[in-house]
Ligand binder design. Structure first.
Ligand SMILES: [Zn+2]
Length: 329
């Protein structure tokens, strides 16, 4: 998502003999893309007729460090197995943390709670493994279950993962459908050419438009509250998971809206009104941002803890966003 629009890089040929645990989900990923609501389905079909989008999803199986989803100049949406592995591990960890801690979590506990039990330490290790893929491809470790496993937590993870990747695919589809005449602009900016403020503004607007298209593509008229919650959580995880892949605590981007703003704009659009779903959404954001802050700026994380105790999730969330704002450069 962060490297969207155009990538001129060739697919590496560093594929080694390895049965990726994500591979059994490839077909479901392609089906998930086709499972949009009616307005999006028609738009993709029309765009296909006009040669704007090739709706065959390409999944790069090579064993390379993470490369985020992209809309390629070949009109294809490209995903990468390593990135999908990261995303699955992220979904699995967030669901696990929510299940294990939600009932007794207090805002003042912070994510120090991640050290509280062997189970939670293992989920932290899962996140660590996933984010290490940013620098170096590694084999899927034994301590993380595989997506084909039959446990309830894995089934729920698969469901969330597919909603998340749908959101990301529709984001890229939006670039192909809506921004085909901007590929030269994107290529120029990405190659480091001097861009005017107007160009940067246009680029940022395209990202906002693609996020909106992606969000609006998720929901069907007959979705019940639980399904709306899972789909919204997918959109939130799509943004939240990208925080952990940053190289620093700076969430400001030259070419995209600030990451925290993109996350908040999903929350503003969220059409989930019943408990416990509303609280679950906020809880996920609170945990995800704390994991990010603790990784990239432990001293600011310590400040967050010192600011406590917090009486409510809202207060903790407000402080988290405030600190993330201060860390922008
Ligand atoms: Zn984009």
């Amino acid at each position: 998502m962060s490297n969207s629009i155009l990538d001129s890089g060739a697919i590496s040929d560093q594929t080694i003999e390895y049965d990726s645990p994500i591979k059994p989900l490839y077909d479901s990923i392609i089906e998930a893309f086709e499972d949009s609501n009616e307005p999006t389905r028609s738009r993709i079909k029309d765009a296909g007729k006009h040669g704007l989008i090739n709706s065959a999803i390409f999944i790069d199986p090579s064993s390379n460090p993470i490369s985020t989803p992209r809309a390629h100049s070949s009109k294809e949406i490209q995903l990468q197995d390593t990135y999908l592995s990261y995303l699955w591990a992220y979904c699995y960890s967030m669901i696990g943390i929510q299940e294990v801690t939600f009932d007794y979590y207090k805002p003042e506990d912070g994510i120090a709670l991640l050290e509280a039990s062997e189970r939670l330490k293992q989920l932290q290790l899962t996140l660590d493994w996933g984010s290490c893929l940013n620098d170096l491809w590694r084999i899927w470790p034994d301590f993380i279950p595989q997506p084909t496993s039959e446990s309830d937590q894995v089934k729920l993870t698969n469901e969330l993962f597919l909603h998340t990747i749908r959101y990301l695919m529709y984001h890229e589809a939006a670039h192909l459908i809506l921004h085909s005449n901007s590929f030269d602009l994107a290529a120029g900016i990405k190659s480091g050419a001097l861009a005017s403020n107007e160009d940067l503004r246009r680029f940022t607007m395209m990202e906002i438009q693609a996020d909106e298209f992606a969000y609006n593509s998720l929901f069907g008229a007959s979705d019940n509250e639980a399904l709306k919650y899972m789909k919204t959580l997918g959109a939130i995880i799509a943004h939240l998971s990208s925080f952990l892949l940053l190289r620093s605590s700076n969430t400001r981007s030259r070419l995209h809206p600030d990451m925290d703003k993109r996350l908040r704009s999903v929350m503003l659009k969220a059409n989930v009104n019943t408990e416990p779903f509303v609280t679950y959404l906020h809880f996920t954001i609170i945990v995800g941002l704390q994991v990010f802050l603790n990784k990239h700026s432990p001293e600011h994380y310590a400040r967050l803890v010192a600011n406590g105790p917090y009486d409510t999730f809202d207060e903790l969330e407000r402080d988290l966003f405030q600190i993330i704002e201060e860390l922008k450069s």
